[in-house]
Design a protein around this ligand. Structure first.
Ligand SMILES: O=P(O)(O)O[C@H]1O[C@H](CO)[C@@H](O)[C@H]1O
Ligand SMILES: O=c1cc[nH]c(=O)[nH]1
Length: 318
């Protein structure tokens, strides 16, 4: 079965679930929030930008960075984790920006997105832009490059996300908002210290065998087969590889959220498998998507570009 419902962009957050209307209460279990226990419109109704990424520390650092970038009062060092009652995900807000961690892989981001999208719906948010700021392995591009995804593809280079529902495979489109990708590319001129490009992003179910690595606990293919696969991916337009983009693109699109994926590359997979860059270098790399998104949000809010932003200082690294 293929679901073709189109991306609407702007407007309200669409919930494609008729059962929700008849529920007296909706408990967002993994976020430790709920419609009875929290005034979600008061807490989140004015959110316009949602940024998600794997690591809780990265998303805290990003919220603190945005606090400064938006020129809000105070240092932002004391931003509280809104989901502190659970250790599944971490969530911070500053001004109109919500910053949330999603863990690693499709099952983890999928659970977070179900609850986040319902939260935005219950809060009556409108015109929300959602961006995944992540890390990835590059394909044929310099380590440290930032890739803005035009289309998320699966491990067979197809623009689809397959979800098993009641035993049947449901196929969902993974197109992302082209205009938003172009707008982000235009913003990259404000952060010229690193290369930024648009390309396909391949999403896999695993970091090791699933991404053609030779260095996992299991490996059943040769070095030649690995390179042949990665080169085919490159020829198909893939410029980076990560583990959440297809599910993210499919769910956001169906729910009317304008979405983008912006990931830095930690290495060039055509040159190796192990991530060897020193922690200091990796730390600076993971700040790059954040700096680009800060420039984008500032521009959207009509704030003047800041001279040479330095990014966040998350001490934990990617
Ligand atoms: O850096 P983040 O955004 O966590 O994402 C990437 O890093 C993880 C693997 O190290 C995967 O989840 C992959 O998608
Ligand atoms: O190679 C990489 C690096 C980061 N994240 C991935 O999923 N793959």
């Amino acid at each position: 079965m293929t679901e073709t419902t189109g991306y609407s962009g702007g407007g309200p957050v669409l919930i494609k679930n008729p059962h929700l209307d008849s529920m007296e209460e909706d408990i967002l279990y993994h976020l430790d929030l709920g419609t009875r226990t929290h005034n979600l419109p008061a807490m989140f109704g004015d959110i316009k930008f949602v940024c998600v990424g794997g690591s809780p520390n990265r998303m805290k650092a990003f919220a603190q960075f945005m606090h400064k970038e938006l020129g809000l009062e105070g240092s932002g060092e004391d931003l509280a984790d809104i989901c502190a009652g659970t250790d599944r995900y971490a969530m911070y807000r500053t001004g109109p920006v919500l910053s949330i961690s999603h863990g690693m892989g499709i099952p983890s981001i999928s659970i977070m997105l179900h609850e986040l999208i319902k939260l935005l719906h219950h809060a009556k948010c409108r015109d929300v832009t959602i961006i995944r700021i992540g890390t990835s392995g590059g394909l044929g591009i310099e380590a440290g490059s930032v890739v803005i995804t035009d289309t998320a593809v699966d491990a067979s280079f197809q623009p689809r996300f397959e979800q098993v529902v009641l035993g049947d495979v449901v196929v969902r489109s993974t197109d992302l908002d082209r205009d938003l990708a172009e707008e982000l590319l235009a913003c990259s001129k404000e952060v010229p210290e690193f290369p930024t490009l648009i390309g396909h992003t391949m999403c896999t179910y695993d970091f090791y065998e699933g991404q053609g690595r030779l260095d996992g606990a299991l490996c059943s293919f040769s070095s030649e087969k690995k390179l042949e696969y990665l080169k085919r991916a490159h020829e198909a337009g893939v410029r980076n590889i990560e583990m959440e983009s297809t599910a993210f693109a499919a769910m956001c699109r169906l729910c009317g959220l304008r979405a983008a994926v912006v990931c830095v590359t930690l290495l060039d997979r055509l040159e190796g498998d192990q991530i060897r860059a020193p922690r200091e270098v990796l730390r600076e790399y993971q700040q790059r998507p954040q700096r680009l998104i800060a420039a984008f949000i500032r521009r959207r809010l009509g704030l003047r570009p800041l001279p040479a932003t330095e990014g966040t200082t998350d001490r934990h690294g990617p």
